[in-house]
Design a protein around this ligand. Structure first.
Ligand code: UDP
Length: 447
């Protein structure tokens, strides 16, 4: 078991909204310093809170394989996903309770009574009672969820977490309707996640900067172009050959998680898109699985995608590129995700479940044409035919492929949807709004 302080470089951010002073430290606690939407949020929020005068620290909790196997099941179940391991029983409860009890004791070595603490996701919720009993003002932010509270997985999982849900003064959800029954109305807060338009992942790239980054990892070749700014080893690209000039790129950026359905994207591309669109290439990009300690499935899912890629007929395989990004080089990873999203002609998010897809928001900011499943938070992010195209049945590779093909064939439609997506993102999903929401949350915790 371990608790580590995540140390980040300071952010010079004088233009952020002024924070109300309160003289207490704000602690954010999750289970990984790299990978996924929560780490993404904290990498931005923690330095910018400090720059705005709110002393803020980030603790990343460790745990053993047993604990993360249980919490990964809680994650899938809260999305309403069938749990192949069956019901949550005494073993799961013992593992979860023992680990969070021990982590809570370690965390209390860092915190002082009166400090404010935001626990993220089910992995850390179990600390809430102990922290709260020690005088810490606790909120829990749940980044996942489902509005289908009748689903047995969702119901059972909320029952499993029930003993911990009274302790947080506030429970924060990304989408209206994710809060479980039984919370006090004043406990529930809605904060949709946001992105930082100035961050390396989202800022505008100079001419050739994106292409140079993609050349540096070997995804693109251009004999006339110079070397890219990305360090060697930032990514591994598995491909028969680089993208040819003029390739139309369909991209999905996701963790290697069954709910992101990278395999489904690959199958839809190979069977239905590639045969009908000669210039189309698919890029599936995700993190190096070893870099995400709290996601034990990453290596297995990547291996499945890799096997499926190897089994493709050679002419199709040559049009599919698998990219593994090293999360340890945070800036390199961010620049590459940015470059990939800006290079793509169509960005896919074929998730089977999704709490709130930051990758969708990132694509919207870049004015990309998006095809995404109508699941979880995604329809609250973009609306069908207005800011992107939504696929009603997330498992329907046919409908997904049709929408991708429609966009590839219609540049005007891509531009219209992409422009509208950028405007909606600017209005609703930028960091300044979320920062103000956080400050309001801290004020409520203190009150
Ligand atoms: N991401 C990344 N590198 C990768 C894959 C994902 O930096 O190889 C980032 C992605 O850009 C986004 C976040 O991880 O900012 C994923 O957040 P999202 O809400 O889409 O999904 P989650 O992983 O939290 O379920």
């Amino acid at each position: 078991m371990s608790v580590s302080l995540v140390d980040l470089p300071p952010a010079p951010r004088p233009s952020e909204p002024a924070a109300p002073p309160h003289g207490r430290t704000v602690w954010h606690i999750n289970t990984t310093a790299h990978g996924g939407g929560v780490a993404e949020l904290l990498r931005r929020a923690v330095p910018s809170h400090n720059a705005a005068g709110v002393p803020t620290k980030w603790l990343a909790l460790g745990g053993d394989a047993e604990f993360f196997a249980v919490t990964k099941r809680l994650h899938h179940r809260l999305h309403g996903y069938r749990d192949p391991h069956g019901a949550l029983g005494g073993d799961e409860r013992r593992i979860y309770a023992a680990t969070t009890r021990q982590l809570g004791a370690e965390v209390l070595g860092h915190l002082a009574p009166g400090d404010l603490c935001v626990l993220h996701d089910p992995q850390s919720l179990g600390l809430a009672p102990a922290l709260s009993a020690a005088g810490v003002r606790v909120a829990w932010r749940c980044h996942i969820g489902s509005t289908d509270h009748a689903s047995p997985e969702v119901r059972e999982t909320w029952e499993f977490l029930r003993p911990y849900l009274d302790a947080p003064l506030r429970c924060v959800f990304s989408v209206d309707g994710y809060a479980p029954p039984g919370l006090r109305p004043e406990q529930c807060v809605l904060i949709p996640p946001s992105i930082d338009p100035a961050a390396a992942k989202n800022r505008a790239l100079a001419p050739d900067e994106g292409a140079a980054a993609l050349r540096a990892i070997g995804l693109e070749t251009d004999p006339a172009g110079g070397p890219g700014p990305v360090r060697a080893g930032t990514a591994t690209v598995l491909q028969d050959a680089p993208l040819p000039p003029g390739a139309e790129v369909v991209l999905q950026v996701s963790r290697w998680d069954p709910l992101k359905d990278m395999e489904g994207v690959l199958a839809a591309f190979a069977e239905r898109i590639a045969p009908r669109r000669a210039a189309a290439h698919l890029v599936l990009a995700g993190p190096e699985p070893l870099d995400i300690p709290d996601d034990p499935e990453g290596a297995e899912i990547f291996a499945r995608v890799h096997d499926a890629w190897l089994a493709l007929p050679a002419p199709v395989r040559a049009r599919v590129h698998l990219v593994k990004l090293t999360l340890k080089d945070t800036e390199g990873n961010a620049l590459l995700v940015n470059a990939l999203q800006r290079r793509a002609d169509v960005i896919a998010q074929k998730s089977l479940r999704e709490g709130f897809g930051l990758t969708v928001t990132e694509a919207m900011w870049k004015g990309a044409a998006v095809v995404a499943s109508r699941v979880g938070g995604i329809p609250s992010q973009l609306r069908h035919e207005r800011e992107g195209l939504l696929v009603a049945d997330a498992r329907d590779g046919g409908e997904f492929a049709e929408q991708v093909l429609r966009l590839l064939a219609d540049e005007g439609l891509r531009r219209r949807l992409g422009d509208a997506a950028h405007r909606r993102c600017a209005e609703l999903f930028l960091a300044e709004r979320e920062l103000a929401d956080h400050y309001r949350l801290y004020q409520e915790l203190r009150a």
